[in-house]
Ligand binder design. Structure first.
Ligand SMILES: [Mg+2]
Length: 188
């Protein structure tokens, strides 16, 4: 783990979907459009909860295609309030590292605009290989991402608690934004 040089802020890498952006809410809208029924997913315990509603490769390919269409990424609801992000940015350099949706022509540009619009964040890395981005603290809701990051950098990777990742009991877990702020502030 690299130490923080005096006077500089720690670098915090944040995931976007599931932490800052309501990905599953957008997925619910897409499924509603496909099936004409409400398919609740936010409290589902499994990682890709849409799959149980649309078994079969062709339906899942259609879902993936619709999710990647113009406006879906841009229309996601923010999960963290702007003032909460301001509190973090006062004590840290915040970088968002986010995996683009496969085969979408608009996802990356919409995500960058979304992050600036809601949080004035302009340090953004679009990649699924998140472990190549260094930070003092890395926060993601996908267990595989946190494990890969900690395997490369030692410690500093934390799992953002969601109903979809309760099975991962091997990782340090952050349950609230307040817990993240306390972690970054360190011992008083
Ligand atoms: Mg995520």
């Amino acid at each position: 783990m690299l130490s923080i040089s005096p006077g500089s802020k720690p670098t915090v890498v944040l995931d976007c979907d599931g932490l800052l952006s309501d990905f599953l809410g957008a997925a619910e809208l897409v499924l509603h459009h496909m099936l004409r029924e409400y398919c609740p997913m936010r409290n589902a315990p499994e990682w890709s909860p849409w799959q149980k509603y649309i078994p079969g490769d062709s339906a899942q390919a259609e879902f993936a295609d619709m999710l990647g269409q113009r406006g879906v990424c841009a229309g996601m609801k923010p999960l963290v309030r702007a003032e909460q992000m301001t509190q973090l940015r006062e004590i840290a350099d915040v970088v968002v590292v986010t995996a683009p949706w496969p085969n979408s022509e608009t996802w990356m540009s919409e995500r960058s605009e979304w992050l600036y619009k809601h949080y004035q964040i302009d340090k953004i890395v679009h990649t699924a290989d998140k472990e190549y981005v260094w930070a003092n603290f890395f926060v993601d809701d996908k267990p595989e991402n946190v494990r890969a990051w900690n395997a490369r950098w030692g410690t500093g990777g934390y799992l953002w608690d969601t109903p979809q990742n309760q099975h991962a009991t091997d990782l340090p877990r952050l349950l609230t934004w307040g817990a993240l702020l306390a972690l970054v502030r360190g011992p008083e």
